[in-house]
Design a binder for this molecule. Structure first.
Ligand code: MN
Length: 165
């Protein structure tokens, strides 16, 4: 279908979800404190962080010390395709992200449907908003983050991985 995505739940100093999209051979990455929402009325803060290598997508376990120390699980994974258009033409993802607005369709094990990312502040860690698009997969009554806390790889919760580590 398209490019890979992964969302890693990460119990660092502050719990967050690392939302990563494959663009140009690397994983463009955002830290989303509350995780994705299926409610189009929710605007989830997404702080852009450094690109990660695709080899990190499989990581689940405990980061022992230093920056990012804490447990990590693969909360969701799958593929996405670009929906970003301008004047009826598809805008490549690299260009869309450089311009600060990208829309994409996700087919994960948990997430389905369209989401958009819009940059709202520049800086060393640019701030974006991650928002569900209004499509047939939108569901204001669902709370995926609460209802599906487990890893899609091991079935373990982040607390179980933390204890096991
Ligand atoms: Mn992280």
């Amino acid at each position: 279908m398209g490019q890979s995505f992964v969302i890693q739940k990460h119990a660092a100093t502050r719990l967050h979800y690392d939302f990563r999209l494959e663009v140009g051979g690397v994983m463009k990455s955002w830290a989303v404190p509350k995780g994705p929402s299926t409610n189009p009325a929710d605007k989830r803060l997404a702080m852009q962080v450094e690109d990660h290598p695709m080899s990190w997508n499989q990581f689940e376990g405990v980061i022992g010390a230093g920056y990012g120390a804490g447990a990590v699980i693969v909360w969701d994974r799958g593929e996405f395709h670009n929906l970003t258009e301008r004047d009826g033409e598809t805008v490549p993802m690299e260009r869309a992200l450089a311009d600060g607005h990208a829309s994409f369709w996700m087919e994960g094990e948990k997430l389905h449907g369209g989401w958009s990312l819009r940059r709202v502040a520049e800086g060393r860690k640019p701030r974006w908003l991650l928002v569900k698009r209004r499509d047939e997969e939108a569901d204001p009554d669902r709370d995926l983050v609460a209802d599906r806390p487990e890893s899609v790889v091991s079935g373990l919760t982040i607390e179980e991985v933390a204890e096991g580590g």
